[in-house]
Design a protein around this ligand. Structure first.
Ligand SMILES: C[S@@+](CC[C@H](N)C(=O)[O-])C[C@H]1O[C@@H](n2cnc3c(N)ncnc32)[C@H](O)[C@@H]1O
Length: 573
């Protein structure tokens, strides 16, 4: 007990860590939990109630900049933006950048969080810091309440019986693999995971699509009035019971289940005349209802209900900000009709791409779009149809997959059944495995391709074993070329595999290559067998973009040497 009393005051601890931008890596670790939840942060040591745990570190930006970023960010990045009030203004910590900081990876638990977010001012700069609400034991996942009520993982949106072709086909079964600690053995992994899962009920909740729990239970403070599918969208009319929403009787929450990508729930306020405003992306927001001056640690009790800081979603403020953003005039060269149409579109990925790239649209493309817009009435597209690629006499739009199927047949492709959007996505996903993508990049790619987060984490990432193999190959090549000093002091994890990297060839290599090619004469069939990936696609194309791409002239020999090495390594493993 004496030891516990002598601990550093939490505020001092937080300020020190925040000023130096360091995490408690000796007491925390990142673990992969499952493909639905992604990664999480776990305690490896004991934390006492009130302790500073970790900072939600990122780039501090003002509200204008955060709105700007929100408009161009993909939803998987926007979820890392954290709004808060400080000195009577809204600020945002943008943690979208994949860095090695831990705070950005802490998951949400609105029922039994063990931490609470607090604002700490260090060197006249606000920092968002998590403090323990109770004692936290080693093995427990660090969590806090993101606030709000409609984060998609918290609620169920009903059976997705009419899921799109691709998503149905590609969503893996819900039996998730156990969370994985990358640096520990298999036995340790399952022990660590079992204990953490057992203590945190929310992690064992089923994935939303598969749930049998009623919607009302999961809509939290809201009551569901209507939940039905409409044009590929899950539409739920809800009555918000939050006090600040009392003026807004009718809202509509839309979950685009055609993309299968988990994006934060989205609210659209319904006007009297039933106009639909552009969708607003909800991001984490924190409102500091009163300023706490941390002059003394004694005053600071993060677990007390009246500690002055609450998470409140600023729905109304966000609505106004977003609407004012749409009031900007069209960029030069963009027709007002097109701009208006864009602003009235559902704020989906097409909208975001079109709106942010509108200035770089080619003239021909602009003409085509003008034609589309100009002939809507003539073609019988109802005025209420909000889509750019609208179907005549309908409120829906043309789906890309239908177009692909249609044109594959129309142009007389030999095997039109092979030219489907599902196969195209699978092919892109497979090829992307050779790139050592960061999680954010993976999210972007998978979301862009319309894949569920659970799919891409499993299938887009090159298997860890293959990456390790590539790293060992890199090590061996450095050894062979006398460049080992370049890797001095590095662990395998520190060795990066750059897809654009060229393998350095020196004069010695020519000899090595020659002798390699003589002693290891491989038949073309063997070569093909070796270059065939486990899914059947050929790595020839992949190896050009993939790890350790040799210069063109040296490619065949180097590839062969590399493959011989990899084959040798595989046989040893
Ligand atoms: C700030 S990130 C947290 C780190 C994230 N798990 C990762 O691996 O990058 C927020 C994202 O984590 C996931 N997430 C957070 N809390 C969750 C929960 N309780 N259940 C499921 N997913 C959660 C959601 O995908 C959310 O968009």
């Amino acid at each position: 007990m004496a030891g516990l009393r002598r601990r550093k005051p939490p505020l001092t601890d937080a300020i020190e860590h925040a000023s130096e931008a360091v995490d408690k890596t000796a007491k925390l670790e990142v673990m992969y939990i499952n493909s639905f939840k992604g990664r999480g942060v776990f305690a490896t040591s004991h934390f006492q109630k009130g302790d500073f745990v970790v900072e939600y570190r990122g780039e501090l930006v003002n509200s204008e900049e955060s709105q700007r970023r929100r408009r161009i960010y993909h939803v998987s990045c926007a979820v890392f933006m954290f709004d808060f009030y400080w000195q009577e203004r809204t600020w945002c910590v943008d943690a979208a950048q994949e860095d090695s900081s831990l705070g950005r990876l802490v998951n949400d638990d609105h029922k039994h969080p063990n931490c609470k977010m607090k604002k700490v001012v260090a060197e006249n700069k606000p920092h968002l810091c998590l403090f323990a609400l109770r004692d936290i034991n080693p093995g427990e996942e660090i969590t806090y309440d993101y606030g709000g009520t409609d984060w998609p993982w918290r609620k169920q949106v009903g059976e997705q019986s009419t899921a799109t072709e691709s998503s149905e086909a590609e969503i893996p079964s819900t039996s998730e693999p156990a969370p994985q600690r990358s640096s520990i053995s298999d036995t340790q992994q399952s022990t660590a995971i079992e204990s953490s899962e057992a203590e945190i009920p929310s992690t064992s909740e089923p994935a939303p699509q598969r749930s049998s729990i009623s919607d009302t239970q999961h809509l939290g403070e809201t009551e569901s009035y209507l939940l039905k599918k409409k044009d590929g969208m899950m539409v739920s009319l809800v009555n918000y019971t939050d006090s600040d929403e009392s003026q807004s009787p009718s809202r509509i929450a839309i979950h685009d289940d055609s993309s299968q990508a988990w994006s934060p729930g989205t609210d659209i306020e319904l006007k009297e005349d039933k106009d639909i405003f552009p969708r607003l992306r909800r991001t984490k927001s924190i409102k500091m209802t009163s300023q706490i001056e941390f002059v003394s640690d004694e005053l600071f009790d993060p677990s007390s209900a009246d500690s002055g800081e609450e998470y409140i979603f600023l729905k109304r403020v966000k609505t106004l900000l977003a609407l004012s953003a749409f009031a900007v005039p069209p960029p030069p060269g963009v027709k007002i009709e097109f701009w208006k149409l864009l602003n009235n579109m559902v704020q989906d990925d097409v909208y975001i791409a079109a709106k942010s790239d509108v200035c770089i649209m080619e003239y021909a493309m602009q003409q085509a779009l003008d034609l589309l817009v100009g002939t809507r009435q003539e073609c019988g597209v109802p005025k209420e149809n909000i889509y750019l690629f609208a179907r005549p006499s309908a409120f829906t739009c043309y789906r890309c997959s239908d177009c692909l199927r249609y044109f594959a047949k129309a142009f007389g492709a030999k095997n039109p059944e092979s030219l489907t959007s599902t196969k195209l996505r699978k092919q892109t996903g497979t090829l992307s495995q050779v790139l050592n993508l960061t999680n954010t990049e993976l999210d972007l790619l998978a979301d862009f391709l319309g894949h569920d987060i659970r799919v891409h984490r499993q299938f887009y990432r090159l298997p860890e074993g293959t990456l390790q193999l590539a790293k060992i190959s890199k090590l061996l090549m450095a050894l062979e070329q006398g460049r080992l000093a370049e890797l001095q002091g590095k662990t395998l994890d520190d060795i990066s595999i750059d897809p654009e990297e060229n393998v350095r060839m020196d004069s010695d290599n020519e000899t090595v290559c020659e002798s390699d090619s003589q002693e290891g004469q491989v038949t073309s069939t063997q070569m093909e067998n070796e270059t065939t990936m486990r899914d059947g696609s050929n790595t020839d194309e992949a190896s050009q973009q993939g790890p350790m791409t040799p210069p063109p002239a040296a490619r065949p020999q180097t590839q062969r040497r590399q493959k011989n090495r990899i084959t040798a390594l595989k046989s040893k493993m």
